[in-house]
Design a binder for this molecule. Structure first.
Ligand code: 5GP
Ligand code: ZN
Length: 117
């Protein structure tokens, strides 16, 4: 996907604060962090979302990277929240599968906020 911003990050064509990478995935800090630690893990290959027939090896690689990224960011022991926004109702804003890792502070008890909708 030529114009996908996360594909561009993965190809090194758009700058990002890289945290971790291997042959399957790239992890980089979110541009608008919602917690002291807010890092995204993406597959190098473009999949629009979890609903895009993602091969199990790609899903494995993405989720296997999560604890590695958490360790690099220093939140393995303190804990962290892992979120995947998938599609319209989840307010997914970037159409390249990504996992959010949020930590560095205590999270809210509720996992969802309907913002009065
Ligand atoms: P979503 O809402 O799709 O689950 O999450 C997309 C995330 O990507 C948002 O948290 C947003 O701040 C982040 N983001 C959007 N554009 C960029 C970018 O160009 N660079 C980085 N590092 N993060 C981005
Ligand atoms: Zn992409």
């Amino acid at each position: 996907m030529e114009k996908c911003i996360f594909c561009m990050v993965a190809r090194g064509e758009m700058s990002a604060k890289m945290v971790f990478e291997n042959e399957h995935v790239v992890a980089f800090d979110d541009i608008a962090p919602q917690a002291p630690v807010h890092t995204l893990v993406i597959p190098r290959t473009h999949y629009a979302s979890m609903s895009d027939s993602v091969p199990v090896d790609v899903l494995s690689a993405v989720f296997a990277a999560v604890p590695e990224v958490a360790a690099i960011k220093g939140v393995s022991d303190s804990g962290y929240r892992v979120i995947v926004n998938n599609g319209v109702d989840a307010n997914q804003t970037v159409g390249h599968l990504h996992v959010h890792i949020l930590g560095g502070r205590e999270m809210s008890h509720g996992m969802v906020n309907f913002e009065g909708k």
